[in-house]
Design a protein around this ligand. Structure first.
Ligand code: URA
Length: 257
């Protein structure tokens, strides 16, 4: 059956559908030897030879099994597939025997905590789609003691500069010491470095950040640097997650002391 090339590339586990579109636009995809740069083109993996960066993807499409992994990312790892500076990559923390997996969304180099990885580009699309507002829960240690008024600004939505404004977020003060405060932040959107930029906007930099929950998924037993496969039920729940609505007050777990 003919399907759009970006869908096939994602299904082969090479990249998310969005990245597959970039491969196409930049002339790195061929069908039966012809370079394809338009996004609407379809191919049939049973009869057409589809290559990405010169590599035939038909075998992956024929034998692939979807794999879904939850990793507790340590800080000091990149959520990219490669790095010109040769910094450590999260994909190197997962055994090669699971096949080539890609991270579902991003965590900053210095953010730790829960990260999904998969070879299922459709799943990645679903979870990272702007329309699918799966809540993500973070625990942040920040400099100083922000006032209640400043925290209310974060709750209502705050300007990040250049016309960018955050959606309302749930922000809860957990505790404070003489020099730091700890907050739980629930985001319903995913802007670049959002938690760090939100606290920067109120003048209290984040000094440590961890993600403790993705939708309904949390795992207190998974230590930093450890990974496990998702259960079938967990995968199913994510696949139904278009129906997930904004929620209130998730439970806190002790990722950052
Ligand atoms: N917000 C951030 O600032 N960084 C992350 O890695 C995730 C959310």
């Amino acid at each position: 059956m003919k399907q759009r090339l970006q869908k096939l590339i994602a299904a082969a586990g090479i990249a998310s559908r969005r990245h597959a579109e970039d491969f196409i636009k930049s002339g790195q995809v061929t069908v039966n030897g012809e370079v394809v740069v338009e996004l609407g083109v379809k191919a049939d993996p049973e009869t057409d030879h589809i290559k990405v960066k010169g590599r035939l993807i038909n075998p992956q499409l024929a034998q692939r099994k979807n794999v879904y992994v939850l990793l507790n990312k340590p800080k000091g790892y990149l959520t990219s597939m490669s790095d010109p500076e040769d910094r450590p990559l999260v994909v190197d923390l997962i055994p090669a025997s699971l096949g080539r997996l890609h991270p579902v969304g991003r965590l900053d180099f210095n953010t730790e905590g829960l990260l999904l990885l998969t070879n299922d580009g459709e799943f990645t699309n679903l979870i990272t789609s702007a329309r699918n507002q799966i809540p993500k829960v973070y625990k942040a240690k920040v400099q100083g003691t922000p006032s209640d008024k400043a925290i209310d600004r974060l709750r209502r939505g705050v300007s990040l500069g250049e016309g960018e404004r955050t959606a309302p977020a749930d922000v809860r003060r957990l505790r404070e010491s003489e020099s730091n405060s700890w907050f739980e932040v629930v985001l319903h959107e995913g802007r670049n470095q959002q938690v760090r930029r939100m606290f920067d906007a109120i003048g209290h930099s984040v000094v440590r950040l961890g993600r403790t929950r993705i939708g309904e998924l949390e795992d207190k037993n998974l230590r930093i640097g450890e990974w496990r496969k998702l259960t079938e039920n967990e995968v199913k729940r994510f696949k139904k997650s278009k129906r997930v609505k904004r929620e209130t007050r998730p439970r806190v777990r002790g990722l950052i002391g």
